[in-house]
Design a protein around this ligand. Structure first.
Ligand code: WQD
Length: 320
């Protein structure tokens, strides 16, 4: 018996792989290594494979049979909003075709359990800042669209016997282990670290939003907590009863860009004075998760806060 983790050599996937291994489970990682790093998963079987390649479905079937796979956690996907606007078809090919191949291989081999990485990007520009799973999904970029299509594909498969949970991540940051840190410089926390390392000030995209301090509010969730939510989801599916199948994963608390910069100042042991820049296109003022469903159904709740996220994100060489 083993769990197949697609994208398992990535930032979030590798955290889940490590938790599964700590529980003594066998893990098979499938990753195209476009962003994945083999050193993050030294103890797992690693199969280099692009899920959207023409032969991916048959290769996945072979992997599932060879390693007696019984469940899948599916991370492998492209995840940059701006890039998805530039290359929408490529996003659909990677994220949607990749999932179709994976679901096809699962159906063919009788693997009936899946946890899927979805995103708060499915909500788009919501009217209200506190989002429950019942909030209407109106994605505003191809990335968010591919995640919503993925949810629909899984819902269809669920009508034919798939047991699945979709997790809608809010803003993931921090590191559960130093060697699994986010090496991509795409989101606020790594961008702050990158700029500080280069001797530059952090940039705030707009301080005239209708929020308490004028900067955008997001729900920052520690990657170790997020990883734990996948384990809770897998255990829930294993227990057999699936009342709800989609859950927000956040803390339920918002933090502004200035509050994040403040937390990073403390973690770095030096005061950071940000530069205020113009608003970035497409940023909603506030996105905070209603986490009551995941708490009630999966018994999961974030255990770390912003200070823990900031402390864990700072690499050894930049610690005070
Ligand atoms: C956070 C806040 C910026 C950089 C994106 C995706 C979302 C999800 C998570 C995958 C915003 C502000 C940022 C900087 C800043 N991805 N900011 N200065 O946009 O909330 O969410 O990543 O599922 O789908 O859209 O995250 O980290 O880019 O920005 O002021 O240098 O920080 O404007 O308010 P975002 P982010």
């Amino acid at each position: 018996m083993s769990t197949l983790v697609t994208g398992g050599a990535g930032y979030i996937g590798s955290h889940v792989v490590r938790l599964l291994e700590e529980r003594g489970e066998q893990v098979v990682v499938v990753d195209d290594l476009s962003n994945g790093i083999p050193a993050r998963v030294p103890n797992a079987v690693l199969v280099e494979l692009d899920l959207s390649a023409p032969d991916a479905e048959s290769r996945l079937r072979a992997v599932m049979e060879e390693h007696d796979v019984t469940s899948v956690i599916h991370f492998a996907a492209k995840k940059q909003v701006g890039e998805s606007v530039e290359r929408p078809l490529w996003y659909y090919r990677n994220n949607v075709d990749g999932l179709a191949n994976l679901l096809g291989a699962m159906e063919a081999t009788g693997v009936d359990t899946m946890v899927f990485s979805s995103s708060a990007a499915v909500y788009g520009m919501p009217d209200s800042g506190l989002l429950s799973e019942k909030t209407e999904c109106r994605p505003i970029n191809p990335y968010g669209q591919t995640k919503l299509v993925g949810e629909w594909m899984i819902d269809n498969a669920a009508r034919h016997g798939l047991k699945a949970i979709k997790l809608r991540y809010f803003n993931v940051a921090g590191a559960g282990w130093p060697d699994l840190a986010d090496t991509a410089v795409m989101n606020l926390v790594p961008i702050i670290l990158d700029r500080v390392a280069a001797g530059k000030a952090p940039i705030v995209f707009g301080d005239d939003y209708p929020t308490p301090d004028g900067t955008c509010v997001r729900d920052y969730v520690h990657v170790a907590d997020l990883a734990d939510a996948h384990i809770a989801a897998l255990d829930h599916l294993g227990a057999g009863e699936i009342a709800e199948s989609v859950f927000n994963v956040g803390t339920g608390r918002g933090a502004s860009v200035l509050e994040v910069i403040d937390a990073m100042s403390r973690a770095l042991g030096r005061h950071l004075t940000p530069e205020i820049a113009a608003r970035r296109a497409g940023d909603p003022p506030q996105l905070v998760a209603d986490v009551s469903a995941i708490n009630e159904v999966l018994g999961w709740r974030a255990s770390y806060g912003l200070a823990d996220i900031a402390d864990s994100a700072v690499p050894e060489g930049m610690r005070p």
